[in-house]
Write a protein that binds this ligand. Structure first.
Ligand code: NI
Length: 253
């Protein structure tokens, strides 16, 4: 039996509306022991908290995604009250996305920076989303030095080295299995074993051979198999190590 810790999921997503209960009931029978369900708006963060109350193995990250920065900027001071919930273990997902630019970059940066401060004040780790914004993301991470993880890592091996130098974790998921995934493989190879986390970002980023379909946490062994090859060990060992890593970061174990 696997020991799966999914450090990044979105089970509140509408793509689970039809069978959410069934999926969440089934995952523990497939070896999923813990899932960090990440909010993207203040409302979805609250939903993640309610889901964490309902399901023992679900935990919540509360925060505003860069896509929603403009829409949520005025309400961001509500966030600290959500972080007091006993099952909120991180601030996320937060960061910068210059690929889609759904919110203006200056507002993205402002909302990201404020959440880095809030996370510091609450003494919680952060879940970082960085898409084509590596330079500004690294500048702010170096300035605030948060605990946390850069999720769905898409940077270079050089950037991965900088992230781990800050003591931060690096999250990898389905992208490791994609054809032509040279960059994430090179990045994963430079991350020390004790700083690597497994994740799905489900319902998105399903690993091969499920690419394009709806993803869930039971698919993590397919991504872990790629890491097992890099580490020259078994998938079970990868899942064991990355579960310990996630517990250290999010549960201070
Ligand atoms: Ni996400």
């Amino acid at each position: 039996m696997y020991t799966i810790f999914d450090s990044h999921a979105h089970y509140n997503d509408r793509r689970f509306d039809e069978d959410r209960e069934t999926v969440l009931q089934t995952l523990p029978t497939q070896g999923v022991t813990a899932v960090l369900n990440c909010g993207t708006t203040l409302d979805s963060s609250e939903i993640c908290l309610r889901m964490a109350e309902q399901w023992d193995y679900l935990y919540a990250a509360c925060g505003v995604h860069p896509h929603e920065a403009q829409q949520e900027a005025d309400k961001i001071e509500i966030l600290p009250s959500l972080l007091k919930h006993p099952k909120c273990v991180a601030v996320g997902e937060i960061g910068l996305d210059y690929h889609y630019d759904f919110s203006p970059r200056d507002i993205q940066q402002q909302v990201f920076e404020r959440q880095l401060q809030i996370a510091k004040e609450a003494d919680l780790p952060v879940i970082i989303h960085d898409r084509e914004a590596h330079e500004d993301t690294m500048r702010l991470l170096k300035q605030y030095k948060p605990k946390g993880v850069v999720h769905c890592f898409s940077g270079s091996a050089e950037m991965a080295k900088e992230v781990v130098k800050l003591g931060m974790y690096v999250g990898f998921g389905g992208a490791l299995t994609f054809k032509g995934a040279k960059k994430p493989l090179e990045a994963a190879a430079v991350v020390p074993r004790e700083l690597l986390l497994t994740e799905t970002d489900c319902p998105y980023m399903a690993p091969v051979p499920h690419r394009g379909k709806r993803c869930d946490s039971s698919m993590i062994p397919l991504s872990a198999a790629v890491i097992a090859e890099i580490w020259n060990c078994t998938v079970e060992e990868v899942l064991e190590i990355t579960t310990q890593n996630a517990k250290r970061l999010f549960f201070a174990e």
